[in-house]
Structures are given as C-alpha cells and as structure tokens.
Design a protein around this ligand. Structure first.
Ligand code: FE2
Ligand code: FE2
Length: 188
C-alpha cells in the first residue's frame, strides 16, 4: 500500500489537472456551447467532490500526525487548516451556472495551487524526515480507504477538528451521498 505522501500527491496531481482543464475553458464569457458548459458543470462537481474528500481526510488523519511528529507541527497545521477553511467557503459557492462562476473559480484556483505548494514544500519535507515509515504507510491506508466514506461536499461550517470529523463525518458523508444520488451529481 502507498504511503501517505504518495496518496496525497496523487490527489494533488488530480486536482491540479482538473483546475488546468477548467482554466482552459471555453467559459460563459468565451461563448462555450451548451455541451461544453454542461461538461464544465460536471467537471466542477467532480472537483468539489475530490477536494472535499481530500481536505476532510487530511483534517482527520494528516494534520493530527503533523501536530504530533513535526517540530513546527502546530503552527503548520494551523496555517494549513486555515487555508482549507477559506477554500471550502469558496468551494461552497462554486456553481457552474452562476454568473460569478469564473471569478470564483479563479480565486479558488490560485488559492488551491498555493495551498498544495504549501503542503508539499513547507510541510512534507520536514515530516518525511521524522515520520516513522510504518506510520506513513498506516496513514496512507487510512486516507485511501477513507475515500469511500468521506464527505463529498465542503461543509465550511463544520469545525476542521479530527474529533468532530470522525464523529460527525460518516453521517455527514451519508447525507452528502444521498443528495448526490438524488441530483445525479458526480455520477459520470
Ligand atoms: Fe490540504
Ligand atoms: Fe493536500
């Protein structure tokens, strides 16, 4: 099984790929066809689903490990979870049918790239040198497995504390999935 850095890096690559794709357009302003706009809506939903799962799982498993093992763990985790909360507020408003969509997407894209770079360059190197291999493997498994039951919506008003997420997470995720099924969201 892949370790935590490999699992998270794969997610980051996927998110960056989706952002680049959305950034390419065409957009409402550049006269996208109905089909292209529908595709953009599906891609946006997929981005929100992937991002929501990724950040919720980091908050449940990754940041507690950073706090425990990294010498500057508390400072780094506070900074990163603050970035994640801000991103969730934007994601929560991101709707491909909204006239403000492209502006919000631009805000989200810039913030998401910075956040990923922060994790990969400010947090991972120090953590790699102190995290026991066994713990890195265990966290990788938990995060990969957790994808199946993680929330698929951003929930900016749920506190990003691992305790709250572990207790409330499954019910929240089940409600998200029921809403997804009812609306056909993320189904393709
Ligand atoms: Fe994150
Ligand atoms: Fe991340």
């Amino acid at each position: 099984m892949a370790d935590v850095f490999t699992v998270l890096a794969k997610d980051h690559e996927e998110v960056k790929r989706m952002l680049a794709e959305l950034e390419k357009g065409p957009t409402q302003a550049t006269e996208a066809s109905q089909d292209q706009l529908a595709q953009r809506k599906t891609m946006t939903e997929q981005l929100i689903i992937e991002e929501s799962k990724h950040e919720a799982l980091e908050e449940m498993y990754f940041w507690p490990a950073v706090r425990e093992h990294h010498p500057a763990g508390n400072t780094l985790a506070d900074e990163a979870t603050g970035q994640e909360q801000e991103a969730k507020e934007v994601l929560d408003k991101l709707d491909a049918g909204d006239p403000e969509f492209d502006k919000l997407l631009g805000t989200f894209t810039g913030a998401a790239r910075k956040h990923i770079a922060f994790e990969e360059t400010q947090v991972w190197p120090g953590l790699r040198s102190v995290l026991p291999a066994e713990t890195a493997a265990d966290l990788g498994t938990k995060i990969a497995e957790g994808k199946k039951t993680a929330p698929t919506r951003p929930h900016p008003h749920t506190p990003p504390s691992p305790g709250v997420l572990k207790t409330a997470g499954p019910a929240v995720a089940a409600a998200d999935k029921a809403r997804d099924r009812a609306t056909g969201r993320g189904s393709d």
